[in-house]
Write a protein that binds this ligand. Sequence first.
Ligand code: GUN
Ligand code: ZN
Length: 446
Amino acid sequence: MFNYLFEGTIIHCPNRLELYILENGFLHVESGKVKYIGKTKPENIPADTISYKLTKYQFLIPGFIDTHIHAPQYPNIGLGYDVELLEWLDNYTFPTEIRFNDQDHAKCIYPYVVNRTLKNGTTTASYYGTTNLKSSIILSDVTSAKGQRAFIGLVNMTENAPPELLHENNDVSIKETEEFIKIIFKKKNELVQPVITPRFALSCNEDLLKRLGDLAAKYHVNIQTHISENKKEIEATLETYPGYKNYAEVYDKANLLTKKTILAHAVYLDDNEKNTVLKRGTSISHCPNSNICLHSGFCDVRDFLNRGINVGLGTDVSGGCSPSILDAIRSSITTSNGVSFSKSEEENYKSIDYTDAFYLATLGGAQALRIDDRVGNFKVGKEFDALLIDLDSENTPIDLHLLQDYTSSELLQKFIYLGDDRNINQVFVAGRCVVKDRNVIRTYTG
Ligand code: GUN
Ligand code: ZN
């Protein structure tokens, strides 16, 4: 099962910010794991191995990792970008999420999100569900059924939203979170893990945050939340939490800044906060599309990378208007170019380029989620999460025959700047083919 031999161009980041293109190479997958990658054809290939000889317009890359996406907001994608974050939450987002108190609604909507992200090459997603326990379990079941690798968060909220969306009090919020963690663990699907998800400081209170920090430590699970996304949000947070030096300290004092924490946005963190983030080994989910749609600001990712902070990409659906990490790659480059325009020549600022952004979308995301021992590139021993890219697919948006011999790096750039899901021919998660010829094919309950 899940034995493959690929021959052709293989592209990945073996290390942080390092792109490697192997031409005329071989990648051997045995039982869903990378057994060999290299120039010479491996020997003693098991008889049941499926062989792929890639064409000159095809190449293999690691699966995309979306480090921040709100599954219940999918129906709202593209709507409400006339206002900023806090108003958008009140007017568009909270009413949309309240509908997930109805489990039939969750059963109807969640398959669309998972299908769409898989087709766009998202092999791992870190999802926010809602405050509703049963609906959030349904989201985990849908990702399991479709074979996506996923972190699923039951959202904690006790403050500043309509009562239908809030947990009644801290005790209920903690009890339901613990139950949620136990239910997901009991399903014993290695690909689907729970993640502690305080929505953001304004949705919680000091006691709830601290108890969530304790829960994360008790179960050794990941943590995700939002930080410093919008100026009015920061102002309201510091008013709500007087006595704290800054936004990051609110989470830090609750032991929520750990090696397994992902902070989304982080547009306006100051030097002090960045030092804390680095010291704690906490990572950033860069959500460039959302930061623009919701008028939040430009996040300086180059600065995070220079400081040695882990960064992955997030679509932040539906703050972001695209479910595609390929779009996040492009938006991250555009944003970084935007940041560079405000720098003086003396600063010698280098905006991120397509190789950096490709790293953020693959190994960077894996490092941020702390799953880089398993996925993120094609190092021997890792699970095979991969995309078979075909630039010459049916209805391809790329006119390949304008020039004759593009180099492999040029083909990668064409895919990054012009490609879309029509160029993502097959998607593999842990060796299982979950999208074939652009159709989601597997129904799997692990
Ligand atoms: N901050 C708190 N909740 C949200 C959300 O749903 N989306 C975004 N972009 N920011 C948030
Ligand atoms: Zn978000």
